[in-house]
Design a binder for this molecule. Structure first.
Ligand SMILES: C=C(OP(=O)(O)O)C(=O)O
Ligand SMILES: [Mg+2]
Length: 425
């Protein structure tokens, strides 16, 4: 079956900013819809997005991306088979012709690539996760869920970006959500009692009214206990330090503590947290340009804690391979729009798995109702999923989709659970 029509339009994301949606219509009447998400704390090597960032959102960049789809991408797609994802993605990359996807835009490319993927699954009359599984046994992912937002997602109110929990004691995806909902609610109650309840951050985690970064960790432990769980046994902590946001050239500025640390100093601080708190996962502990720091941190705690590369690895298979050669990280965050096509995203995931790295499929802070990443995490058997908080509908759309996958007839063959966490390299 062939692609007959390609439509592209400007829609709006969860921050009320413009983004791109592509719809691919097949000749047999089936179709696929792809939407580009958008990050706020981006790695410098991510695919470049064409998006209007200033006061005026009706500006040039999104229009340029839409025009590129209409003028160049759509004519090249019509007549091709949506099932040829690799061939179509290679064509998109060649058509763009730049190493950073800056001409047609990484956002135009990922929306198109995801729309083609959905169209292929629809044509095969399969749910996306099952289409991706290709007959293999796959598991629902272990959720990593934000309780407090911070960093670039909360006006830099605290330095650390994500204070999350992982319900390590849960035996199913839906039980993990139930346990996390209780912790989320308990954290909200604690904030209210302290007179510190001040709404939510960009991904729906509670707004971080803390005086020190460690106060957030203490409150998180108290929330786990208040919800009736044993910290570290039933519910553990995961952090995204997003250190590239407050550090460059081996110097890190913790605004909340009014401190400047070098790479060793930040490393020591985080190792102390790992010793004091029930932390099982830390993302971007050092900045994207601090490979020596990432190697040192992985050496120090990589046998106990999952060390996740996001800004540093930008969903790039070659970067994952060179990180492994250097000994940095033991887990890779997988964000499709960092790579720009489904095929390159899958290549980064495959490279990680081949090297013994764990993988987490992740949403961006700017999201929509799109639930594709739940299907990618499940169908590719990634093991883990990070979507933001347990509030705000663009996040809940994804968590709820996981419940649907679990409870429909012929569900995935299991639940990845705590065994999906990286421990040792
Ligand atoms: C999801 C994240 O944030 P953003 O989408 O803003 O890059 C992250 O850093 O993991
Ligand atoms: Mg991150």
């Amino acid at each position: 079956m062939t692609i007959q029509t390609v439509l592209a339009r400007r829609i709006w994301d969860s921050r009320g900013r413009p983004t791109i949606e592509v719809e691919v219509l097949n000749a047999d009447g089936t179709s696929g819809l792809g939407i580009a998400p958008a990050g706020a704390s981006r790695g410098s090597r991510e695919a470049v997005e064409l998006r209007d960032g200033g006061e005026r959102f009706g500006g040039r960049d999104v229009q340029q991306a839409l025009a590129g789809i209409a003028r160049e991408i759509a004519p090249a797609l019509v007549g091709r088979d949506a099932a040829d994802q690799a061939g179509i993605d290679a064509m998109l990359i060649a058509l763009d012709g730049t190493p950073t996807k800056s001409r047609l835009g990484g956002n135009a490319l990922i929306a198109t690539s995801l729309a083609v993927l959905h169209a292929a699954a629809a044509q095969a009359r399969l749910p996306l996760w099952r289409y991706l599984a290709q007959g293999r046994d796959v598991r629902l992912p272990l959720p990593q869920i934000q309780i407090f937002g911070g960093g670039a997602h909360a006006g830099r109110r605290v330095d650390i970006q994500d204070f999350m929990v992982i319900a390590t004691g849960a035996e199913s995806f839906s039980q993990a959500l139930e346990m996390t909902a209780e912790v989320y609610r308990a954290a909200g109650e604690l904030m209210q009692e302290r007179g510190a309840l001040a709404g939510v951050a960009d991904e729906g985690g509670w707004w971080p009214s803390f005086r020190r970064n460690e106060e957030a960790l203490d409150t998180l432990v108290a929330a786990i206990e208040r919800a009736g769980y044993v910290p570290g046994e039933q519910v553990a902590i995961a952090l995204d330090i997003a250190a590239s946001e407050f550090g460059h050239g081996g110097r890190y500025r913790l605004a909340l503590e009014n401190e400047e640390l070098d790479s060793d100093g930040l490393c020591e601080r985080l190792v102390r947290w790992v010793e004091r708190y029930p932390i099982v996962s830390i993302e971007d502990p050092l900045a994207e340009d601090d490979e020596a720091g990432l190697v040192a941190f992985t050496r120090a705690v990589g046998d106990r804690v999952q060390v996740v590369g996001d800004d540093y690895l930008v969903t790039s298979a070659p970067r994952v391979r060179s990180a492994a050669a250097a000994g940095a990280c033991n887990c890779v965050l997988i964000k499709p729009n960092q790579a720009g096509t489904v095929t390159e995203t899958r290549a980064a995931l495959d490279a990680a798995k081949a090297l013994g790295y764990a993988t987490i499929v992740s949403a961006r802070s700017g999201e929509t109702e799109d639930v594709a990443i739940v299907h990618l995490a499940t169908g590719w058997d990634a093991g883990q999923l990070k979507v933001g908080s347990f509030a705000r509908s663009e996040r809940m759309a994804k968590w709820n989709e996981g419940v649907r996958l679990q409870t429909r007839p012929a569900p995935p063959s299991g639940y990845a659970g705590r065994g999906a966490l990286a421990r040792r390299r």
